[in-house]
Design a protein. Structure first.
Ligand code: COA
Length: 338
């Protein structure tokens, strides 16, 4: 008979966020600029969405370039050399190419030669889906660290003649480094993911895939751009994010009062306000930067986390609630003890 303990469920290690980074392209596109492109107004966009301006990547500047720039900052803050990175997961719906994954290009840009790299496609929930996958990969001991990134070049997939969508989106990237939590302080406490594929039609890019290739006959229809049923998406977003937030808070053994800062997906200020109100969280505990960047999909929560971190809003022991919602439909939440 062996002396070794009976095989039981593996002991899971706690995992912490050890560094964050973000990158926004230089070019600013204001609501006033958009007034000259489509029939809209600064007043309509600002009151209906809260967005005042967004960033647009330069022509040759790709999702992987922005992702790598955000990643470099996160790695530097975490004190992790690129060659020591073991896992790279990029959340994106605007990959440089259909294949290989944008994460492969990011690996190349960083010189993270010893890492495994792949993408997750979960739209605006992509960064939190990546967080969940990476957290468990480290918790089980399969990997010792992970670089998670949300990055988008949405400007390449927006129909710039459609005022219903073109005013909403922007480009950018955010990143975080995950490490095992050594001293008990600073760890991801809980998370929750969800998907409702029955609502896939509400928000999608209908063309450009195998279902609807772009051909000479349909090229004028701009099918490889974002299409959205805004009002329906709005309702689902409020309900799903509220529920996701409540589940993650409960799983963490906390109540809403214990949350020091909510970092929500940055799509629409009215959605954020509605969730905060339903959760009973005052505006002083909600991080908002969509006025500057618009909706950067998978990058939004990652950029917001980095801005909150670098602006000194996060203190050791604080409880953060991250919550996102996007095409799929997908939703995700996490509670982090900073
Ligand atoms: N400028 C001026 N008018 C505009 C406009 C624009 N940029 N975009 C739409 N409109 C018009 C519409 O054509 C409509 O006109 P009509 O009443 O004559 O038909 C009117 O404004 C109201 O449109 P509606 O869709 O009801 O507006 P809304 O208050 O629902 O706001 C969104 C539209 C898109 C801002 C809002 O529905 C939204 O934010 N939805 C969720 C989007 C989202 O978060 N997507 C990403 C999820 S991750």
């Amino acid at each position: 008979m062996s002396d070794s303990p009976a095989a039981g469920p593996p002991t899971l290690r706690a995992v912490r966020v050890a560094g964050t980074g973000s990158y926004l392209p230089e070019k600013v596109l204001t609501n006033h600029d958009l007034e000259r492109m489509v029939e809209t107004s600064d007043e309509w966009i600002a009151t209906r969405t809260g967005i005042r301006e967004r960033r647009v990547a330069a022509e040759g500047e790709l999702t992987s370039h922005m992702a790598a720039k955000a990643a470099e900052k996160a790695l530097e803050q975490a004190g992790l050399a690129p060659e020591d990175v073991q896992l790279i997961i990029v959340g994106t719906i605007t990959p440089d190419t259909i294949t290989p994954a944008t994460a492969c290009y990011v690996q190349q840009h960083l010189g993270a030669t010893r890492s495994v790299a792949f993408d997750v496609s979960a739209a605006c929930s992509g960064f939190l889906y990546a967080l969940e996958l990476a957290r468990h990969s480290i918790a089980t001991g399969a990997f010792q660290n992970a670089l998670i990134i949300g990055a988008e070049k949405l400007s390449a997939f927006v129909n710039w003649t459609d005022r219903n969508t073109c005013v909403l989106f922007g480009d950018g990237a955010g990143a975080a480094v995950l490490l095992p939590s050594e001293n008990g302080h600073g760890k991801v406490l809980s998370s929750h993911l969800g998907t409702d594929g029955a609502q896939a039609e509400l928000l999608n890019i209908p063309g450009g895939g195998a279902a609807c290739p772009i051909t000479i006959d349909n090229v004028d229809q701009k099918l490889a751009t974002l299409a959205m049923q805004g009002r329906e998406v709005f309702k689902h977003a409020v309900n799903a994010m509220r529920r996701a937030a409540e589940v993650a808070i409960e799983k963490a053994g906390l109540t809403t009062d214990d949350i020091n800062l909510v970092i929500p997906h940055q799509a629409n200020l009215r959605i954020i306000d509605a969730i905060a109100e339903r959760l009973g969280v005052g505006k002083d505990r909600v991080f908002v930067n969509l006025d500057k960047y618009g909706n950067t999909s998978a990058a939004a929560v990652a950029i917001a986390l980095d801005e909150a971190n670098r602006s000194g809003r996060l203190h050791s022991g604080d409880h953060l609630l991250l919550v996102a919602f996007g095409a799929g439909l997908t939703w995700a939440s996490a509670v982090i003890e900073w």
